[in-house]
Design a protein around this ligand. Sequence first.
Ligand code: COA
Length: 163
Amino acid sequence: MTRATNHDLRVNIRDMSLADIPAIMQIERLIFPDPWSVAAFKEQVTAEGWGGIVAECGGAIIGYGCYYIVESEAHLTNLGVVPKYRRKSVAKQLLGNILQFVTERNCEYVFLEVRPSNRGAVAFYEKHHFEVLYRRPNYYKQPVEDALVMGRYLGGTEKDQQL
Ligand SMILES: CC(C)(COP(=O)(O)OP(=O)(O)OC[C@H]1O[C@@H](n2cnc3c(N)ncnc32)[C@H](O)[C@@H]1OP(=O)(O)O)[C@@H](O)C(=O)NCCC(=O)NCCS
């Protein structure tokens, strides 16, 4: 569904496993001020309806994305790319893979939270047709910040369905 362009870095995308968590934690601690715990990733990999994928380049994990599904709703819970591999469509490929997976499981909506100060991530999601729905006060800690709740409808016209 996500179409590769000549500018896309070629990555191998596969399911996240428990064995990937140490490598993912190194990236997570590098890129987020409030990183997830090992336990959070373990739950993400093992709990019913939850899942994760990783993007590999040269055999190393350079990005990952996590989600869960509740009935017709999908939630994107994490998305990160190693800084030196950014702006090469790695996140686009991860997001496209997740949107295809959840659409095939009959999800109609996908939601996520993002810090308003994270202009790059907000721009990324807007580029991929997510809209800001509302603001959730003081959602984030370390540092405290509101969350923007963004959502995207996955049904609709054929044009809308281009993931
Ligand atoms: C947000 C993030 C996942 C994007 O990953 P990426 O692989 O660089 O994204 P892609 O290459 O697929 O998409 C790039 C597009 O997203 C938008 N974008 C990404 N970073 C941007 C930035 N810093 N400023 C402006 N636009 C940005 C642009 O539209 C860009 O297109 P362009 O390069 O043609 O201008 C990455 O910056 C990241 O890991 N950030 C830290 C973790 C994070 O914030 N995760 C999201 C939490 S909700």
